[in-house]
Design a binder for this molecule. Structure first.
Ligand code: PAF
Length: 286
């Protein structure tokens, strides 16, 4: 596995692969790699000649400076994970390489970027859209893998690809979960043992609402109430949002339809947890 630190080296390599007709698969990450990333890499490997993993902790994605400086960084451990997963390139540029002095061009994520995660974290999706567009430019992937866990990010990247006619196929990989249902995330290790015990309540609240749906409940409000009342009983969880949305535009729904998405976010002490669950079509169909 080759470690690439500079933008110019990355561009030259990507242009060569393109010229030789090699199929590049990109896994974009901010490091602190875990089972979710390993799953993205495994999926990417299946379909690519060259698997590129990018590792860049993107400063504008963070609110307070402390959040950025305390984000876990472990290049040696992450390189070992990528090597073991069979990645060909680890692209790990510095902040100055990505945002040279004078940088001031950003992706406007539109209305989709202002809801839910975008409302809780202003500027977040502008930063995500911009870095993902730059990574697509620099690595020239045929396809890029993103986790279903960050469903709004996935929707936003798909929309950006569609709206800007980017020649990249965006593929989603199912959320990887701990045995108790908690979605795997780089931030989970920041939970205290007591918080960790209560954290799976977020996913189980979504599962309870999905169970209501399979029993025939179709009113979005009833599903929202179910999530909120389950979370009200979970010690330490402060709900930020809970809703039923359509998965492409993240618009709040009044009625369910197969494929609509239950979403929720909550704070557990200093740690934010987000999760989602798509509603499956009933076996006998609506
Ligand atoms: O999901 C992430 O890890 C980040 O938001 C991404 C897509 C790598 C952009 O920084």
């Amino acid at each position: 596995m080759r470690v690439v630190r500079s933008v110019s080296e990355m561009k030259v390599a990507a242009m060569r692969w393109r010229a030789c007709g090699q199929r590049v698969g990109l896994v974009a990450s901010m490091g602190a790699l875990h089972a979710g990333h390993r799953s993205l890499m495994a999926h990417a490997r299946l379909d690519s000649d060259i698997t590129v993993v990018s590792l860049f902790v993107n400063p504008p994605q963070f609110g307070a400076d402390t959040e950025y400086s305390s984000y876990p960084r472990s290049l040696d451990t992450d390189s070992a994970v990528c090597r073991k997963a069979g990645a060909d390139i680890l692209f790990a540029p510095s902040v100055e390489e990505i945002y040279p002095p004078g940088f001031d061009t950003w992706v406007d994520p539109g209305e989709l970027g202002s809801r839910y995660e975008g409302a809780v974290r202003p500027g977040y999706f502008r930063a995500v859209g911009t870095i993902v567009l730059k990574l697509f430019e620099l690595t020239q992937p045929s396809f890029a893998m993103f986790g279903q866990k960050d469903a709004q990010q996935l929707a936003l990247i798909r929309r950006m690809v569609r709206d800007l006619d980017l020649p990249v196929d965006v593929k989603a990989v199912p959320t990887v979960r701990e045995p108790d249902g908690l979605a795997v995330s780089s931030r989970n290790h920041l939970l205290t043992p007591a918080q960790r015990q209560h954290a799976p309540a977020l996913y189980s609240s979504l599962q309870e609402a999905a169970a209501l749906y399979s029993q025939g409940e179709r009113r979005a409000q009833a599903l929202r109430d179910s999530i909120l009342s389950a979370l009200a009983d979970a010690p330490g969880l402060e709900v930020e949002y809970a809703d039923l949305v359509e998965p492409d535009g993240f618009r709040s729904l009044k009625e369910t339809f197969p494929g609509s998405l239950l979403i929720a976010a909550a704070r557990l002490g200093e740690v934010r947890l987000i999760d989602n669950l798509p509603l499956e079509a009933p076996a006998d169909g609506p």
